[in-house]
Design a protein around this ligand. Structure first.
Ligand SMILES: [Mn+2]
Length: 337
């Protein structure tokens, strides 16, 4: 009698578990916009735009942390497209000290732009792995060019401790990874602003910067001049991350085909993400970071994602790359229940 009951209970448990797995899997894969049938991973081992070495190993660190299998576990098909070839810093020409390695960064941006546009053409959602933040000049150009072909604008949510709103005229460092948002919005050297021969890639009205806590004087001027909506950490403190990201998504998705998310891992507080080139205290917590990307997934507006500035040389046991993998999965629809 008790044996039979035991078998019966086991069977019920099995059925329940199976149903639970099915429901979870269905929920997880429902979060991508319906046009996407797969994810393309594109690595860009670039550190020419940064002032500290090591972010060129970011794509490897993310792959070693199990990125592909983690996305596949969500029921999503993944194609790893490999890396965009990048010249070694030792062999590249530094050129103008106000925009160091401009030639090589521009060349890489064009290559990445083609690869990202190709992903959209294949109905695959491109996930670009950095590399320093200068590379997203290319990824956003690819997303913008594809949707421009359909007569549609794109929105942009920029998650970053910094503004990345410098130009060669305002930069204190000459590092191009401090310029990609300005270039995307049409400000700076034409080599950076005019990938695919059009600018801007995104207009300020469809763009939101979230998590900011460190801006240069020239960046503040440009932000005010064009009326770019910035949600600094001080606003997050008062309103909460949930309300802030809701408004940011509204800005980026209103009247656009959807949202390109560009995430500098230094958005997250250095206590959780030590392996970054330019750490800044007072960043998003672990849960706030997940919340941001979970909310983006829930809206089904995600068109493309960049995860950049992971620096394994400065990391502890690859923890920052592991966090990067988790955050990408949240953006692609992973939920706790
Ligand atoms: Mn950045």
């Amino acid at each position: 009698m008790s044996i039979l009951r035991g078998i019966e209970e086991q069977r019920l448990r099995d059925t329940h578990n199976e149903l639970f797995r099915e429901i979870t899997a269905r929920r997880q894969t429902q979060q991508l916009p319906s046009r996407y049938h797969a994810v393309h991973l594109i690595g860009v081992p670039m550190d020419l735009g940064a002032n500290r070495r090591g972010v060129d190993m970011g794509p490897s660190a993310l792959r070693i942390a199990g990125l592909q299998s983690a996305i596949e576990a969500l029921g999503i098909t993944v194609e790893d497209r490999g890396n965009i070839p990048i010249e070694l810093l030792e062999l590249a020409q530094e050129g103008d000290p106000k925009q160091r390695y401009l030639h090589e960064i521009t060349r890489a941006a064009r290559g990445l732009a083609k690869e990202v546009k190709y992903a959209h053409e294949q109905n695959a959602l491109p996930v670009t792995l950095g590399g320093d933040h200068s590379i997203v000049i290319g990824s956003i150009a690819g997303t913008a060019a594809y949707f421009r072909g359909n007569g549609q604008a794109i929105g942009l949510v920029w998650l970053d401790a910094h503004g990345d709103m410098n130009t060669a005229e305002t930069t204190p460092s000459g590092n191009i990874h401090g310029m990609p948002l300005a270039a995307t919005l049409g400000f700076g050297n034409p080599a950076l602003t005019h990938v695919f021969d059009f600018a801007p890639k995104v207009t300020a009205e469809h763009c939101a910067l979230v998590g900011t806590r460190d801006l240069d004087a020239g960046e503040k001027d440009l932000i005010r001049r064009i009326g770019l909506r910035v949600f600094p950490m001080s606003e997050v403190d008062v309103r909460g991350m949930g309300a802030v990201i809701d408004e940011a998504i509204e800005i980026a998705s209103g009247g656009t085909a959807g949202v390109h998310v560009s995430m500098d891992i230094d958005f997250v507080d250095p206590s959780e993400a030590a392996g970054v080139g330019t750490p800044a205290r007072g960043g998003a917590t672990y849960r706030e970071s997940h919340l941001v990307l979970e909310k983006i997934a829930t809206t089904k507006q995600l068109l493309a994602m960049d995860l950049v500035e992971v620096n394994p040389v400065l990391d502890l046991r690859n923890r920052t790359a592991e966090l990067g993998v988790e955050l990408i999965c949240s953006a692609l629809g992973k939920v706790i229940l």
